[in-house]
Write a protein that binds this ligand. Structure first.
Ligand code: MFK
Ligand code: FAD
Length: 499
């Protein structure tokens, strides 16, 4: 009844419609072939990945515990779209581009620009990719102890490409990994290990391999508590015949969002594993993976903000209320402008962290840039994660009631944003990580930050009216600089309390 049907917002090529991304890349990496590559990839995102991501949301993975004859098989069945996303990710080098280093220092910016375009459409296939990239990074940082695995994790050949899991969380400890890890590793005669324990959250459980932490037992079966007792292991999850490698999948988690991803609880009952780090250096070694996955989190949060802002803007040009389009209502436009500002800021912050990562990996980063990377990684992750929830929620509201309707695809964006502040370290745990980095560097990290801010402000061409404000900001920064200089001589606990 009635003849009116609302025109829906349309998604077009996400690269073409993203003026900021284009301008940023043209300014920093003005290479024609890169732009062509992103343009083509983006066409694929828009014409294929978008539908695949939606299919993954509608057909979440299921656990087949037994076969028809009663044998325990623990098979995780994912939909065809999940497999296709894996193939596309390999073909387009979504992980590989970070290691091929075709664009030198800027390779991570290039790679993460692709991830940024891929993420909002990709039904969280970014989750296994983040952990895959993180595993490659750990292997590279440790001097390539697992060359074949590294080659597979960074392969563009879908038949060779491997994904990796990251199994850290146990029932006692997700944040407190060092206090809570109960998994033990028993040395075998051949030099390998068998792992026994229970992993409470394992996303992308269908991955080919995983990195995980465990405590090596001595000849009496005893282990060392705390950080010093934890070592890093690598294991293949599935045996070549399709059976599991000493792993029982207890159940798949029932989650608020991220329903596309097979997150499981796993009993490790003699999983064959290989020691990757030095004994007792598990946390420090897996920290390289955390850096990568936290940067992915940041890029994906910025991407979610960009997507909802784009859709809200589109809708504002199509929906009429009180006699005119939403875009002609000033109050509505103010809301969209705020979303736009948050999205742009998140993009620039995430690309800055990627730029620093790329420079460090190519050996071009100076000391200040390395310190900034250490500081900004947790700051960017915690800030953009919180912002993504706010911006996506605001975006849903900009559609009115339609923003709450499942078949628009919008609610899943909010569900999936909510996890960004929980996994890979909660906001408070990352805040403590920031303090840890300041304390460990005796304040140098903070000093690097203030010098960077001061230099940026000095270099910026500001309008005369803002100069007095900048001058007082400059005074405040100088005072803080003095504070951090004197803090160098103080013990870390004092610094923590004062900060
Ligand atoms: C959209 C795509 C997004 C990605 C998808 C992800 C899917 C979901 C996957 C997960 O959620 S995986 C689980 C993630 N878990 C966490 O993030 C754990 C959160 N807890 C922390 O980060 C704790 O701070 C930590 C476990 C690291 C604390 O452990 P400890 O043992 O109390 O740390 P400690 O003693 O301060 O540091 C031990 C060593 O690690 C030190 O090195 P040294 O021994 O050489 O001094 C530290 O400097 C180093 N370290 C710790 N955090 C670091 C770090 N190094 C660099 N960066 C860091 N962030
Ligand atoms: P807790 O550590 O118990 O934290 C509870 C609360 O206490 C939080 O608010 C936290 O901020 C706060 N808190 C903790 N410590 C402090 C402190 N020192 N000071 C102040 N506040 C503190 N883990 C994996 O290892 N691999 C995975 O693949 C994986 N996938 C996941 C997928 C999903 C969908 C989810 C939701 C989680 C996943 N996780 C995974 C687990 C995730 O990393 C943890 O849930 C997270 O790190 C928090 O740990 P926790 O759940 O034990 O919470």
């Amino acid at each position: 009844i009635g003849t009116f049907f609302q025109e829906q917002p349309l998604l077009t090529n996400p690269f073409t419609q993203d003026a900021l991304l284009q301008a940023y890349l043209r300014r920093h990496i003005p290479v024609q072939e890169l732009e062509v590559d992103l343009q083509q990839f983006s066409e694929c995102v828009f014409s294929e990945v978008e539908a695949l991501g939606r299919e993954c949301e509608l057909h979440p993975p299921v656990l087949q515990r037994y076969d028809a004859w009663g044998r325990r098989v623990d098979r995780i069945i994912t939909c065809g779209a999940w497999g296709r996303l894996r193939a596309l990710a390999a073909q387009h080098g979504l992980v590989a581009a970070g290691y091929e280093r075709t664009y030198g220092d800027w390779s991570r910016v290039y790679q993460m620009s692709k991830m940024y375009l891929f993420a909002p459409s990709a039904g969280l296939y970014t989750c296994p990719l983040a952990m895959t990239d993180g595993a490659a990074k750990v292997i590279e940082s440790l001097g390539m102890p697992a060359r074949e695995a590294f080659d597979r994790l960074t392969s563009r050949d879908e038949s060779r490409f491997w994904t990796s899991g990251q199994w850290m969380t146990e029932r006692r400890g997700g944040s407190d990994v060092s206090g809570g890890t109960e998994t033990v590793a028993r040395r075998q005669q051949d030099g390998g290990f068998k792992l026994y324990g229970f992993k409470w959250f394992t996303s992308a459980t269908d991955a080919d391999m995983t990195l995980t932490l465990a405590r090596i037992t001595d000849e009496h079966g005893h282990t060392t508590p705390g950080t010093r007792g934890l070592s890093l292991f690598m294991a293949q999850v599935w045996s070549p015949d399709g059976s599991t490698n000493g792993v029982e999948v207890q159940r798949l988690k029932e989650k608020l969002g991220t329903r596309q991803v097979p997150t499981a609880e796993l009993l490790l009952d003699g999983m064959n594993a290989r020691l990757l780090s030095e004994e007792g250096r598990g946390v420090a070694s897996i920290a390289n993976m955390l850096t990568i996955t936290r940067i992915y989190n940041t890029v994906c949060a910025a991407a979610a903000m960009r997507r909802i802002t784009h859709l809200s803007r589109e809708y504002a040009c199509k929906r009429s209320v009180f006699g005119k389009l939403l875009k002609d209502h000033r109050l509505h436009m103010q809301t969209l402008c705020r979303m736009e500002v948050e999205s742009r800021a998140a993009f620039l912050l995430s690309m800055e962290v990627c730029r620093l990562l790329g420079r460090e990996e190519c050996g071009s980063a100076n000391e200040r840039e390395s310190l900034l990377l250490r500081l900004l990684t947790p700051v960017a992750k915690l800030y953009t994660a919180k912002q993504a929830v706010c911006v996506v929620s605001e975006g849903l509201e900009s559609f009115g009631g339609q923003g709450y309707m499942e078949d628009t695809g919008l609610p899943s964006m909010l569900r999936d944003a909510q996890v960004l502040s929980i996994w890979e370290g909660t906001t408070n745990v990352l805040s403590l990580d920031v303090l840890r980095s300041i304390g460990k560097s005796s304040g140098s990290v903070l000093q690097a930050f203030f010098i960077d801010v001061r230099e940026r402000l000095l270099a910026a061409e500001v309008c005369p009216a803002l100069r007095p404000a900048l001058s007082s900001l400059g005074t405040a920064l100088s005072a803080l600089l003095r504070f951090t200089e004197t803090a160098e001589s103080r013990p870390a606990e004092t610094l923590e309390l004062s900060a």
